[in-house]
Design a protein around this ligand. Sequence first.
Ligand SMILES: NC(=O)c1ccc[n+]([C@@H]2O[C@H](COP(=O)([O-])OP(=O)(O)OC[C@H]3O[C@@H](n4cnc5c(N)ncnc54)[C@H](O)[C@@H]3O)[C@@H](O)[C@H]2O)c1
Length: 307
Amino acid sequence: MRALVTGGAGFIGSHLVDRLITDGHHVVVMDDLSTGHRDRIPDEVTLHVADVVNAGEVTDVVTAAAPEVIYHLAAQISVRYSVANPVADATTNILGTINLLTAATAVGARLILASTGGAMYGDGVALPTPEACLPATLAPYGISKYCAEQYLMLFNRLHAGRHVALRLGNVYGPRQDPHGEAGVVAIFCGHIARREAPTIYGDGKQTRDYIYVADVVDAFLAASDYAGDEAVFNIGTGQPTAVCDLLEVINTAAGTAIEPTFAPARAGEWRHGALDSTKAAAELHWASSTSLAAGISTTYQQLARDT
Ligand SMILES: NC(=O)c1ccc[n+]([C@@H]2O[C@H](COP(=O)([O-])OP(=O)(O)OC[C@H]3O[C@@H](n4cnc5c(N)ncnc54)[C@H](O)[C@@H]3O)[C@@H](O)[C@H]2O)c1
């Protein structure tokens, strides 16, 4: 298969690229390196340093690569940045996706969008939350991803596309940086490795659905082959984990017992999150398989080495 990965120099994208190469696919990456790292790109992969907001650059890259599948991961990923800069967030996440969908349509490629489940649903919803729940996000980032999904489904209707959006939980694993939705894992691992007390914003009882990056890569691959009619899938474990409990799991991985300090909760954050991935199990034959303890242990070892 010929694959284009936007955001392939980033955290999740680079794991996806590695896996596609291992599986024998031809891979091209488009990334502006705003948060990604050039040295994550394997030698056999062509890297186009380009901005997804620039329609001309997107068309050139997609035309040259002629991909069968476009994995669209390039995005503004920070919830907090989106609260302070909603226009910049919308520009990258909505216009960038429209550019990729337009270019994908021209070459007949399927697009798989990295959307968010964590930032999508807001509070006061059933847990774990199914896709049918109407999004009531608390951050511009959730709105921009929801809007990108709506364009994706519009392109499916308008151009008979077979594009798919994956609403990812809070993804953690080796190579992650502190700015993503599961950034707390990287931040806590860094603090624990330095034997410093991490700060918990709020009471620490807020929950998230933490999912290991290799399981997310499996979901992207499962979506590439999907032959059914559904377009939006939650990709999570279904398990809500409180921030305090996450710290305990990291302490266990590190063999420490470091207590946190507490600070006031921050804007744009929701209280509880866990994703119902029943639809992904039925349609994509996908389910997460990495326990939090195992995933955190691997992640801590790598992040502690780099601290
Ligand atoms: N990490 C999570 O917990 C999580 C959860 C849900 C959804 N997602 C989504 O998954 C995707 C990947 O996230 P990540 O955590 O790997 O983030 P990341 O920042 O590590 O990766 C994003 C990549 O996109 C590139 N990029 C950013 N803006 C760009 C632009 N305008 N043009 C071209 N390239 C650009 C960056 O340089 C980076 O390499 C994003 O779409 C994000 O919204 C992530």
